[in-house]
Design a protein around this ligand. Structure first.
Ligand SMILES: Cc1ncc(COP(=O)(O)O)c(C=O)c1O
Length: 394
């Protein structure tokens, strides 16, 4: 199971007592369905948030916003060699708010939104809320790994697609795209004068030998057609604190963002979230490195456990993020595999169908949890399958 770590000692009862969403939604099941970490937060973040409540309430102040932009710029440069002027990094409440603002203000009314699927669940819901039709372009599987369907993307732009939603690292399939793959996308986008919204929230959680390449950093053309959003909220476990960054990589978009109708989105960021993001980027790197190593171990251990106990489940360890994407189609489960495992194994996972039709028969398993809990979850899943009878081979 790998070397021991303090995280190993965090037990289910303790997690249940926190009353967190992940551990209270299904009181009888192991919570592995929502992207929250079970490891608390970096000491640098709790220190930054300790103090008077008076310092935390109020609308985002220019001083706090500037400090977060500076810290984020330093992190982008140190981590990916991406040099972004701090004034081009603006606050928003979360990455999905950034996406909504981008759809509203940077795509034409009636234009279509191109979405590779399976996709992070809210990506399927948000465009229709903004009167935009989604054109799904399912990923292809080549040599056992997911890749973009470049011809499909080309056709989608030719057919009126205005903006591509890019998720890198990719929730739910865990891919981290290479420079060649990103360049191939940008060529297509350029051909049609399209736009890209690049969600890079999982970027600090990329595992070697893979490296995160910010999409907007690959060329001037990409910088000119992209709005990027990121946040410390996944890698440093700050969901719900409401702060993320929009990165504007060209003058025209920066000018549009500065107009009052768009800038008001900045007020949806909270001061505690901004302070926590700043602390994460500047002072949370040691905690991140340690947690990252632990998560790397978790994705490998899951592979070993599945191979030994449920080899019918297909699993490719994620190249980035703490999300495991499990191919449960070979189990011969009638109906939802997530319902089966929640009801019969006491393990709450996300049903892949929530990520779009290509996710049918798949499961999302959140691995940001103590390793003994992963062991227990797989044991319970294997036992439920054994009780049901031998898995049906296909
Ligand atoms: C790809 C992606 N984007 C955005 C989000 C939303 O994160 P938050 O609510 O912390 O902004 C998530 C959360 O899991 C995610 O996986």
């Amino acid at each position: 199971m790998g070397t021991s770590h303090a995280y190993d000692a965090i037990g289910i009862d303790q997690l249940r007592q926190t009353g967190s969403f992940k551990w209270s939604t299904y009181p009888d099941a192991i919570g592995a369905f929502i992207a929250e970490m079970d490891f608390g937060v970096a000491p640098a973040i709790s220190d930054a948030l300790t103090g008077s409540v008076g310092a935390l309430v109020g609308y985002p102040t220019p001083a706090l916003v500037d400090a977060m932009a500076d810290a984020c710029a330093r992190f982008l440069d140190d981590s990916y060699g991406w040099k972004v002027p701090a004034e081009r990094i603006r606050p928003v409440g979360d990455v999905l708010i950034a996406m909504r603002a981008t759809i509203d203000h940077f795509t034409a009314p009636g234009s279509k939104i191109i979405l590779p699927t399976p996709a992070y669940m809210p990506f399927l819901k948000i465009p229709p809320m903004h009167d935009r039709e989604i054109v799904e372009v399912p990923l292809l599987v080549q040599d056992g790994r997911y890749v973009f369907d470049l011809d499909g993307l080309d056709r989608a732009f030719a057919d009126g697609g205005g903006m591509l939603i890019l998720c890198n690292p990719y929730n739910p399939v865990g891919r981290v795209f290479t420079r060649e793959e990103l360049l191939a996308i940008s060529e297509i986008v350029e051909r049609y004068g399209g736009r890209v919204f690049s969600d890079e929230i999982h970027a600090p959680l990329v595992f070697a030998p893979h490296v995160h390449i910010p999409y907007a950093s690959i060329s001037e053309a990409a910088a000119n057609h992209t709005i990027t959003s990121t946040s410390a909220s996944k890698a440093w476990n700050l969901p719900g604190l409401k702060a993320a960054q929009v990165i504007l990589s060209n003058d025209a978009d920066a000018a549009v963002w500065a107009t009052p109708v768009v800038t008001r989105n900045e007020l949806l960021a909270s001061n505690p979230g901004i302070i926590a993001n700043t602390a994460a980027y500047d002072d949370g790197r040691e905690w991140l490195a340690d947690t990252h190593t632990y998560l790397d171990g978790n994705r490998r251990v899951l592979g070993e456990l599945l191979a030994a106990q449920i080899p019918e489940i297909g699993y490719i360890p994620a190249e980035g993020s703490y999300i495991a994407w499990l191919d449960a189609r070979g189990l011969g489960i009638d109906g939802s595999p997530a319902d089966f495992f929640r009801e019969h194994a006491g393990v709450a996972l996300t049903d892949g169908i929530a990520c779009g039709a290509p996710g049918d028969g798949f499961l999302r398993f959140i691995l940001a949890t103590p390793r003994p809990i992963i062991v227990q979850a797989v044991e319970q899943m294997a036992a439920a399958l054994a009780r049901r009878g031998a898995p049906v081979s296909v």
